[in-house]
Design a binder for this molecule. Structure first.
Ligand code: F3S
Length: 390
């Protein structure tokens, strides 16, 4: 792989061991995928921030980097951690809370932005065509497919290394020839809810593995529906991008058909219990947009959460701040607007939560293993109806 003089100096350790380690991570990755050079990025987004998924050894690595005076060279945002600042931080074991605080101390020492969200594009939307090094799979699909930015699906370490160096290896989704659709998906049904967009994503992720689909027959969809589709697709497969009705298609590619029964069966399979009385109703995977917070506020206005049920609406601090008026309305009902974290990256099992109802196909896919919980996947309206009286 070609390195500039400056990159070579970093690679050889002339700018300190921490920069050297980061450069070596990028060069190794580039060599694995036959990249010929590094390219500059406009931002990085790092996953593996929650102590629940990170653990001790990576925390020590972060500590070493932070105390070697490592700094992010480009704007670098962070995925959700395992706690929020008001509710879960008091309810969960304090030793876990302290460990999470350590992780955050190191990231902040390195000048990472404590965004703590999987929707960094709401903080600052990347330019169309901008090269990024993002590591949250749902954000990667959204960036490539909805925003038109260019990013591979980074791992936590490679996104961190890219943030520090300000560059990423030039391969995969950074090359125009790798961004072409490979499979024509003929959708023979109209999707009726957020859940069905997610179910389509779960189905496609399994079938396509890493091949980019062109989805034909998808009705005009909101950005939030496409967010559900992409997040789900990236949880069952390695697809990093999709095309839909507004895009144009080159002919001559493999075709698959999807009917209503495939969507229905996928939704059914993501529901693991018939129990309709969840301990927790969770909305906000990926983190809610401003439009979603407004919609939720209008759906639950003047209602009260059932005593035996918790209702969490997860979003970023950024959106919480922008949606203050709606957040107040939501919290007056007894539902909680929770920032910085989500169900999947915190320890719901330690709170005694055994059944989670959600409108997110991604959460329904992960919760049985990540949260040791039964799941019920239903639409946003049905989820909220189950949490509220009246
Ligand atoms: Fe975000 Fe957590 Fe879902 S990080 S995409 S809300 S699993």
């Amino acid at each position: 792989m070609y390195l500039t003089k400056e990159e070579e100096r970093i690679y050889n350790g002339e700018c300190g061991w921490a920069n050297q380690v980061c450069m070596k991570i990028l060069v190794r990755l580039g060599e694995l995928f036959n990249a010929t050079k590094l390219i500059p990025i406009s931002s990085a987004h790092v996953s593996g921030v929650s102590y629940k998924t990170l653990g001790d050894a990576p925390t020590e690595f972060l500590e070493a980097l932070a105390y070697a005076n490592t700094k992010a060279y480009v704007k670098a945002t962070l995925n959700p951690q395992s706690f929020d600042r008001e509710y879960l931080c008091k309810k969960l074991p304090q030793n876990l809370f302290r460990k999470q605080l350590r992780v955050m101390e190191y990231f902040e020492k390195m000048d990472f932005v404590p965004s703590l969200t999987c929707t960094p594009y709401y903080l600052e939307k990347p330019e169309k065509g901008a090269h990024l090094a993002w590591a949250e799979s749902s954000a990667v699909v959204y960036a490539n497919s909805v925003i038109g930015a260019w990013t591979n699906r980074e791992g936590g370490p490679s996104a961190l290394a890219a943030a520090v160096i300000g560059k990423t290896p030039d391969y995969g989704m950074h090359k125009a020839e790798n961004r072409q659709p490979k499979v024509l998906v003929k959708l023979g049904t109209r999707l009726r809810s957020d859940v069905e967009f997610g179910a389509l994503g779960i189905f496609l992720g399994k079938v396509l593995k890493d091949e980019i689909p062109f989805i034909q027959g998808l009705q005009k969809a909101s950005a939030d529906n496409l967010k559900q589709l992409g997040a789900a697709m990236a949880s069952t497969g390695m697809v990093n991008m999709f095309y839909h009705c507004n895009d144009t298609l080159k002919s001559g590619i493999e075709k698959i058909s999807i009917e209503a029964k495939d969507i229905l069966r996928t939704v059914e399979n993501l529901t693991t219990t018939s129990k309709q009385k969840p301990n927790l109703v969770f909305v906000g995977c990926p983190h809610c947009s401003l439009a979603e917070i407004k919609l939720i506020a209008s759906l639950i206005h003047h209602r009260k959460v059932k005593e035996e049920t918790e209702c969490w609406i997860c979003t970023s601090r950024h959106i919480q701040e922008k949606a203050k008026k709606y957040v107040t309305k939501i919290e007056q009902t007894g539902a909680r607007v929770i920032t910085d974290t989500c169900v999947v990256v915190t320890w719901t099992d330690k709170l005694g939560i055994k059944t989670i109802m959600t409108n997110s196909a991604k959460t329904a896919h992960y919760a049985p293993t990540m949260n040791k919980a039964e799941t019920v996947l239903v639409s946003l309206k049905e989820s909220l109806d189950a949490a509220f009286r009246g």
